[in-house]
Design a protein around this ligand. Sequence first.
Ligand code: TXA
Ligand code: MG
Length: 340
Amino acid sequence: MLKNSPENIKKAAAILRTGGLVGIPTETVYGLAANALDRNAVKKIFAAKGRPADNPLIVHIADFDDIIRYNLVKEIPKSAKKLAEKFWPGPLTMIMKKSDAIPNEVSAGLDTVAIRFPSHKTAQQIIRTADIPLAAPSANLSGSPSPTSAQHVMNDMDGRIDAVFDGGMCDVGLESTVITLVTEIPRVLRPGGVTLEQLKAVLGEIEVDHAVLHKLGDDAKAASPGMKYKHYAPKANVILLKCSDEEYIDYVNKNYKYGVAALCCDEDIPYLKAKTFSLGKRNDYAAQAQRLFDELRKIDENSDVLTVYSRLPSVDGVGMAVYNRLIRAAGFEVIDLEKI
Ligand code: TXA
Ligand code: MG
């Protein structure tokens, strides 16, 4: 594990320049980085994660003009400039038509490329020092929750990659918002730290891909290939309850037995009989986003937890991102108490 120091920034950059893999901190989640312009380096990412080859990677840059400098896209849409002015650097990934400089391994054979300029200072320093764009998916093993600390990356990736750079806990805690700008109307493929409301304020009309809030049919084609895979699933069975706060406490207590736990809010803790994993204050969606993956990993460390009850989150603001991740962790299993 590399601690934060100027020498270690140089070390990480040198590994990346020579085709190696480094776990790097970003403000969203830790990324598993490699030189985006080197197809052999990029192939190592897929091997280390056990990631299906048809799931494309995000290219990370440290300046808007890097898009031009590295010749990453065919053309930059006006909407990309507007969004970048407002949300870059930050947790927003934009999909544009790719240039020939992007290896097919990065785009997984699509004719588009996803680009993000992260706000995390260490990520920026590593990208600038390496002087290359970095392809980086989340630095977890495929199928487990995204890592929000260097230790999470070590737990999943130790022995599979060349180094992990410790940049502390991630601020946002969930992966970036992914928006495609190649459709007639810009479309959110994955909700994240930049909210739908914020995007609409800049671009006006925006669509939300069906797969963001709903289960894809078995033969449906995913606009964002990552959305079709079972994601973020802890070993315990997560069940979401659609209900009021009182009904939630009541239901979890009535169903309490060995193996039952609650993924809840601070305010619920005194009333619940089950073991609790709290996401923070009830109305603090940002805190819930930041803690979700950490709590899911903690649940995994408790082998006596078999069933976890949580509430179906609101889809307002960052809540939509929490909803999107939790409903996948639950394998889309929701009990609607209002209908029982
Ligand atoms: O916050 C983040 O975005 C983190 C940090 C490390 O930057 N990265 C991340 O990467 O979450 P990953 O690979 O775990 O998720 C990328 C998502 C996947 O669902 C993938 O299918 C989608 O973005 N994606 C990437 N390129 C795409 C493209 N050209 N078209 C459609 N979807 C794309
Ligand atoms: Mg991921």
